[in-house]
Each structure stands twice: as C-alpha cells, then as structure tokens.
Design a protein around this ligand. Structure first.
Ligand code: MG
Length: 231
C-alpha cells in the first residue's frame, strides 16, 4: 500500500446509500400490482426483465422504471391501468430525487486522505443520474477525477487507467461489489479493497469459487482505510 498514489472509490453503497432505495421501490411496486395478481414471483420476474434490458437500457433508475412497467404489464396480462403506470413512473421520479445519504465514516476518511492521495470516483450507471448524485452528495470537491462508465469490467478499467495516465501499480479501487469493484481490478493487476454493504443487488452477487485465487483486502468499516494508508 505504500506505493499507492491514487485511491478510487465506487459510489453507490460505497460512498452513499443506494440499494435500499431500490428495495423500498420494489415493495411499493408490489403494492401497486397486488390488487391484480399474486405477487410472490414479482421480485424474480422484475430481475428477469432488468437483466434482459441491461444491454438496451444500461444501469440506472430510468431503465429500472421501464423494467418495472414492463414487469407489471406482463404480470397483469396488460390489465395494469394507466393510473398505475403513472404511479410507477412517479416511483422512479422519487428515486431520481431521493436525498443522498452519505455513509458513516466517509467524510472523515476522505478528509484524512485528500491531501496525501489523488482521489477518484469510478461509478457505473446513467450519466445524468450519477452526475447529479455526485453534485447533491456534497462530496465532489474531494475528488480529482470522476469516471462514469456504462459497465465495470476489465476492459473499462484498463481503458480508464490508460486514458487517465494512471499507473496500475499505484492504484487501489475500493467498493462494495466484488463483481464490479474488486475482481476486474485484480484481474488487470491492480489492488482492490472490498467494503461490503448490508444489501447487495442479485446482479452483483458472485459465487465463492469466483473469488478464489484473487488477493484483495476486506474491511468492515471505511475508516480502517485511514490507518491502513498511513502504514
Ligand atoms: Mg456500489
């Protein structure tokens, strides 16, 4: 860690709360669909549409809104009323304007690191949504670089390392997702630190065998970074 000069942070569920907003919205969707049909399979059906639509819509709330509407229409055999479609759109608009809840210890940690390291955000999703979240979080001034990518994989990490002129040996990525923040960085020879969040979207989950052979650190609290990076 003593060679590190750039510390990159994931945003959603690393810097601020995100997945619980999606979970709360899924519960509201169940309430909208419940008068039409049994809702036991709704969560799985919604994920099926989300996953199918990722290659068309990309990540983010707007794609999620369309997938919620598509799921509800399919589940109700197109009986969902116009008023209920509007209700789902309003749920999405509420998500887009949801207050940003910065996670405990983040400000303290960024304050401690900002003068000694180049700090960076690397997040995936909808450009406009992620830009406004960064602005609304009040954290933007801590970061020297912000990268919003459509997918976090070995190719996109390599590309952003290259075009930012970064040295992979002096770079560490920190995030809550093994799939998006840790494994692709390890695979291109970088260092990564996993800080788990209590809720993980099914799409970000990895099987334990997928992490075998990769070396990365796991921290329970972001504030542990302060002493780790002092060594
Ligand atoms: Mg995340």
């Amino acid at each position: 860690m003593n060679k590190i000069t750039t510390i990159a942070f994931d945003a959603d569920d690393t810097l601020w709360v995100n997945e619980p907003i999606f979970t709360q919205t899924r519960i509201r969707l169940e309430e909208i669909v419940a008068p039409y049909i049994p809702i036991e399979t709704l969560e799985a059906d919604l994920y099926k549409f989300e996953n199918q639509n990722l290659s068309l819509f990309g990540y983010g709330v707007k794609g999620f809104m369309l997938s919620m509407i598509e799921t509800a229409l399919e589940m109700t055999d197109q009986r969902l009323s116009g008023a209920d479609v509007q209700h789902i759109i309003d749920l999405g608009k509420d998500m887009l304007q949801h207050p940003i809840e910065v996670l405990p210890g983040i400000i303290e940690t960024l304050e401690a690191l900002k003068d000694r390291y180049e700090l960076m955000i690397i997040t995936k999703g909808d450009l406009f949504d992620q830009e406004t979240k960064i602005a609304r979080s009040g954290l933007a001034h801590y970061f020297n670089r912000v990268e919003i990518v459509s997918e976090k994989n070995t190719g996109s990490y390599q590309e952003l390392i290259d075009h930012n002129g970064l040295d992979i040996n002096r770079f560490v990525m920190i995030g809550n997702s093994l799939k998006s923040d840790v494994l692709p960085v390890c695979k291109i020879g970088g260092k990564a630190i996993h800080i788990p969040f209590h809720e993980t979207w099914v799409h970000e989950k990895v099987e334990s065998h997928e992490t075998e052979g990769f070396e990365y650190l796991e921290l329970g609290d972001v504030r542990e970074l302060i002493s780790l990076m002092k060594r």
